[in-house]
Design a protein around this ligand. Structure first.
Ligand SMILES: [Mg+2]
Length: 232
């Protein structure tokens, strides 16, 4: 019954954590930060700051510019050490290196290869278009997708119903013909539900407590991308 599969990109297909951690490791080495900051502390602090800023960005509390310019200053402030170069330059360096990393999540390529002849595949992402295009190309998965919808192009972010409506309009499909696949409960699962689209919640670490009261609203729950091949 599904004809169109709508994939999230970061943490769903593209291995954001691995690619980002590799980049942070290179920056840590490049600036000789080893004496002042433990690498794992640097990575852990970045993840914490970045997740928090992205939640604010998705909720329209901060814009892209604020996310980019405050990210590294907040990390170094939390670590209690001075920045080696300006926050903006650190951000520019990170954004130059990180999207060029090639890693996708386990089974992503097998899955896309399996799905491509059976469905039309698309991306819906809250990431920035100039960055997401590089990620798709670096990981060599651009050719699997008919349409890449970024929030910047649609004018709305997931979980807004509008970004899904924009996509449905662009691909000329009804909600019932689509399935949204993503790792972010709010953006992908609640967002899909708001638009009347079935959802697959990709959560490798089985949550001990699913967010209430919407815990029952997901259509499918997978721990590995491999499981999708048994559903679709
Ligand atoms: Mg995601």
């Amino acid at each position: 019954m599904y004809r169109h599969l709508l994939f999230d990109l970061d943490h769903t297909l593209w291995d954001f954590d691995r690619n980002s951690n590799e980049t942070l490791t290179e920056m840590h080495t490049h600036f000789g930060m080893g004496a002042e900051v433990d690498l794992q502390d640097f990575i852990r602090t970045f993840v914490k700051v970045n997740v928090s800023l992205w939640e604010k960005h998705n909720a329209n509390v901060i814009d892209q510019h604020t996310l980019r310019t405050t990210r590294f200053p907040l990390v170094f402030e939390a670590l209690g050490v001075p920045m080696p170069i300006s926050g903006e330059d650190l951000s520019a360096m990170y954004l130059d290196l990180m999207p060029r990393k090639p890693h996708v999540l386990p089974y992503a390529l097998e899955l896309l290869e399996y799905l491509k002849p059976k469905y039309t595949l698309h991306i819906i992402t809250n990431g920035f278009p100039e960055i997401q295009d590089i990620k798709l190309a670096s990981s060599n998965i651009t050719h699997y997708f008919d349409l890449v919808v970024t929030s910047a192009v649609a004018g709305y972010k997931k979980p807004s119903k509008e970004v899904f409506d924009y996509t449905l309009q662009a691909i000329q499909a009804s909600p019932a013909e689509c399935l949204m696949i993503g790792d972010n409960w709010e953006a992908d699962i609640i967002g899909g539900r708001n638009a009347g689209i079935d959802q697959v919640y990709f959560c490798p670490d089985l949550p001990t407590v699913l967010p209430a009261p919407d815990a029952h609203t997901k259509t499918y729950h997978i721990k590995s991308l491999q499981e999708l091949m048994t559903i679709l």
